[in-house]
Design a protein around this ligand. Structure first.
Ligand code: ADP
Ligand code: ZN
Ligand code: ZN
Length: 742
């Protein structure tokens, strides 16, 4: 008998491998796009995600899938669309994009289960107790357990193992398993009843500006629109988010709130839970895989009212998404700096457009890109120009380091101001963007400097551990006091957090001082503890790096000192002025958030610098004008779209040679595709030429038209991926919309 035609279906699968393409397989049942399948790949079996079903049989023979893991898609269609778009836009392998966006537990062949369901056991009523006991007459432990189960009661494993009568039974689970197989006990899943407590209403009254912002966003239910919520520090942006969220919950929908990496503190979470109750779920990379999975599940089933997460939360399958909010939208932690280099803010805007919902980008210092969109009218601008309640913006004063020497980094102005703070029992933040004791170890006689042998960087003296440390590769060596070349006594120049800490301890022995930097706060937990100590006013003076600038609300901080911002004024990085401006405004915004007025002192050798002048006079919107002119003149974002090729290699010239080849391919494509508006620079060594023994080179591409840039990048990246040169000991990447050109 001849066999009839076998019903077969062909599918396109994204596989987690570094290739920029999908692979075809065959199946009997046709899984929907977004479902996971287990597939043979090379010598291994991998988990991939179905992207599409093919209309016809591929010309090449394809292997069958091993099994379809999900009966229904784990990735809903709109999210799959976003991921495919992202892989295309960032020119990154699609399999890596999709699998990275799943919680770790779903990257394996594990089947989906409700993380909150519990297996419960009960007697099988179909079998009489009498016959059951006779069946079990020879199995003492099974019998004992069976007798323990009361008819018509349900027991979870945890309940049983806690019971004293069963305490001598070690492995309850296999015994229960046997009873189930013998059909004497049945097992079932039980779901906890969900309790959603009421929303606790806002005790205060929204300001007119807050109300206006909330109302305008609420008009866009089910309509795509990007808003920039430009609200000065302390203007109550969080309360605006909360009111929008309330409306969305009332419609039975969910909200996604993204926050920068370091800001997901217990303080922020309780600010949300205090109002929205148990419907708030967190998602960030330091959570355990099972907690992440729980939030993922709650998002997907629509049971999480609000999801509060960092960058990667933008890829959660929130099934009834009503709006996305991005707090501190200017923050650079939204851009992933390695592997799949996506920008979570840009992803959020794209997602909102796919889902037809509003997206709100909030900040006291919005990015140049967002402000430019607001200017052009593409984004709608919502302004909060006043602080809430009684608090006012702090006065800002500049101290010239040319006129007033600052031994150990502290000018007399700052020392006096701190003394007053201590008298008044108020808190002070000193902001300095350098860890360690001294960033320059120098010989005054022969000009020798301590440099890292692996990197293009100076070593920083860390006095507390007696080491010279490289902040790029982490290399540390024992410190010494005399010049290794001429034996002269070494000088330790410049100030880091540790030197300031020492100087303060000498000046103010009675004060409690806390250093808030990565050396001191290595875990998230220690960071959270420190924040609580500051809130409880157990600390008088906080010395901090950027860690302290972000979003915190400490009402008793009334003085902020900036030790030395000058590095940022003359940096070669095109975003340095913007970053400096954002950091200064943010740290200044920590001052005077309570009823007492605040004061900010900035020490600088360049008190006349235009940016510092703008900050001193609170003319923040002027900053955007000045910076805009600079970017327009140099044709940098937002006045052009850029992409950066990076290559690194152990041999000094290899990366540069490779990028020479890349440039050649690019030029050919530009000619072939007639894209003469695209500017292709020459490959150069990166400003940080060497990090951790690898030489780094880069090649910049600029275009005034985004579409044309991507028309070039697509075939270009594929061509580079296909070259033989690519295989040779070179690590390369393409960074679309890079944050820096280092
Ligand atoms: P931002 O994020 O804009 O810097 P926050 O959202 O942290 O500001 O708000 C600053 C403080 O003002 C918070 O303690 C908040 O509870 C309070 N607040 C917000 N809105 C109001 C309001 N309308 N009236 C009184 N206090 C408010
Ligand atoms: Zn010397
Ligand atoms: Zn180094």
């Amino acid at each position: 008998m001849s066999s009839g035609p076998v019903n077969r279906c062909f599918i396109k699968v994204a596989v987690p491998c570094p290739l920029r393409k999908c692979f075809d397989y065959s199946t009997h049942d046709c899984p929907a796009p977004g479902s996971r399948v287990e597939i043979p790949f090379g010598h291994r079996n991998l988990v991939g995600v179905v992207i599409a079903t093919l209309a016809c049989e591929p010309s090449r023979t394809v292997k069958p899938v091993i099994r379809i893991i999900d009966p229904e898609p784990v990735i809903p269609p709109t999210l799959l669309e976003l991921m495919l778009w992202a892989a295309d836009y960032y020119h990154h392998p699609v399999g890596e994009v999709i699998l990275m966006a799943l919680p770790p537990q779903l990257r394996t062949a594990r089947v989906l289960t409700d993380p909150e369901s519990v297996t419960v056991y009960s007697r099988n009523n179909e079998v009489s107790e009498e016959s059951a006991l006779s069946l079990l007459s020879r199995s003492r432990r099974q019998r004992q357990l069976y007798e323990h189960l009361q008819p018509d009661h349900r027991y979870s494993l945890a309940m049983l193992s806690r019971h004293p009568a069963l305490s001598d039974m070690k492995n309850l689970k296999p015994i229960l398993g046997k009873l189930v197989t013998r059909n004497l006990v049945s097992e079932a899943s039980q779901f906890p009843t969900t309790d959603c407590p009421d929303i606790i209403p806002f005790p205060g009254q929204l300001t007119e500006e807050q109300l206006e912002a909330v109302n305008r966003v609420n008009q866009y239910a089910g309509i795509f629109q990007t808003f920039v919520l430009y609200g000065i520090t302390g203007s109550g942006k969080t309360e605006v988010y909360l009111h929008i969220i309330e409306q969305i919950l009332a419609r039975g929908q969910q909200s996604l709130v993204l926050v920068p990496e370091i800001s997901l503190t217990p303080q922020l979470v309780s600010q949300f839970t205090n109002r929205i109750g148990k419907q708030v779920w967190c998602y960030h990379s330091s959570m355990s895989p099972s907690d992440r999975y729980k939030t993922w599940w709650k998002a997907r089933t629509g049971t999480a009212g609000v999801i509060l997460g960092t960058r990667s939360a933008v890829f959660l399958p929130v099934s009834r998404l009503g709006a996305i909010m991005i707090d501190e939208e200017h923050d650079s932690s939204y851009k992933q700096q390695e592997g799949f280099r996506y920008h979570a803010r840009d992803m959020a805007v794209k997602r909102a457009s796919i889902e037809n919902i509003p997206v709100i980008l909030g900040s006291a210092t919005p990015s140049m890109e967002s402000m430019e969109h607001a200017r052009s009218g593409k984004y709608k601008l919502l302004c909060l120009t006043e602080r809430t309640g009684k608090s006012q913006l702090p006065g800002i004063f500049l101290v010239s380091l040319r006129k007033h020497p600052a031994p150990d980094g502290l000018s007399p102005h700052i020392v006096d101001a701190i003394a007053k703070q201590l008298d008044l029992k108020q808190q002070t933040i000193l902001y300095i963007n350098r860890r360690g004791f001294s960033p320059v170890v120098h010989c005054g006689r022969c000009e020798w400097q301590a440099k890292c042998p692996r990197c293009d960087a100076r070593l920083t003296y860390h006095r507390s551990v007696s080491r010279f440390v490289c902040h790029y590769c982490g290399k540390a060596e024992h410190s010494y006091e005399t010049c290794p070349r001429c034996d002269h006594r070494l000088s330790f120049l410049g100030s880091g957090t540790q030197r300031i800490e020492e100087a303060l301890a000498k000046q103010f022995p009675q004060a409690s001082i806390f250093r808030f930097d990565r050396d001191r706060l290595q875990s998230l937990e220690s960071l959270h503890k420190a924040i609580t100590q500051v809130s409880d006013q157990r600390i008088d003076i906080i010395i901090g790096t950027q860690l302290i600038t972000k979003g915190h609300n400490f009402p008793k901080v009334t003085l902020v000192g900036v030790i030395n911002p000058d590095q940022g004024l003359y940096s070669i990085d095109f975003r340095a002025p913007e970053t400096l401006f954002q950091q200064l405004v943010q740290v200044a915004g920590r001052a005077g958030r309570g009823p007492d007025p605040g004061k900010v002192i900035i020490q600088t050798a360049h008190p006349r610098h235009v940016y510092l002048d703008i900050i001193r006079n609170h003319r923040f919107s002027d900053f955007y004008q000045v910076c805009r002119d600079e970017r327009e003149m140099t044709r940098l974002p937002p006045f052009s779209h850029i992409a950066l090729w990076r290559a690194s290699s152990v041999r000094a010239g290899a990366g540069l040679e490779f990028l020479g080849l890349v440039q050649q391919m690019g030029t050919e494509l530009i000619n072939a595709l007639d894209l003469d508006t695209i500017e292709l620079m020459d490959p150069v060594y990166s400003p940080m030429q060497k990090i951790d023994r690898h030489y780094r080179a880069q090649l910049l591409v600029k275009s005034s038209n985004r579409r044309l840039l991507h028309k070039l990048l697509g075939p270009w990246v594929r061509a580079v991926e296909g070259t033989r040169a690519n295989r040779k000991k070179i690590r390369w990447s393409i960074d679309v919309d890079p944050m820096d050109l280092y």
